[in-house]
Unconditional design. Structure first.
Length: 137
């Protein structure tokens, strides 16, 4: 018998489960630790003769695509359903988690861009200060 989970708890699970999904999807598709396998998959996604093979290898280069499979794995492990029991709850949970995980990844990407921009601005200011100090001598 399945325990009934309140809507507020389901929403909390949704918010929390999307975090590791976003983390795993981002790490595999963007971070340096997976660069070599990702580049190999990128080559295979353009070089394979069969469409199914090209699409399979593309999954490891696209955070949106990959997040669907990570979400399916998370749902398999956690058995989380949204609003309904059974297959309808899994389908809703799949798409809601993918959507939310991709929002998290967009925020993270924007944060990284802001940090990079700030670091470049600091480096430029530092060069200006060092240049001014050396001309003042």
């Amino acid at each position: 018998m399945r325990r009934v989970i309140s809507l507020s708890h389901q929403f909390a699970y949704l918010l929390l489960l999307a975090l590791p999904i976003a983390c795993m999807s981002w790490t595999v598709t963007h971070e340096e630790v997976f660069r070599e396998p990702r580049e190999w998959c990128k080559c295979r996604s353009t070089d394979c003769k069969r469409v199914a093979q090209r699409k399979f290898f593309y999954l490891f280069t696209c955070e949106y695509c990959f997040s669907h499979y990570v979400t399916a794995l998370v749902l398999l492990v956690t058995r989380f359903t949204l609003l309904y029991d059974g297959w309808r709850g899994y389908v809703l949970a799949e798409f809601a988690l993918v959507w939310l995980a991709n929002i998290y990844m967009s925020f993270f990407n924007r944060l990284r861009l802001d940090i990079k921009h700030e670091n470049v601005a600091i480096a430029v200011d530092q060069v200006k200060v060092e240049g001014a100090a050396s001309t003042a001598k």
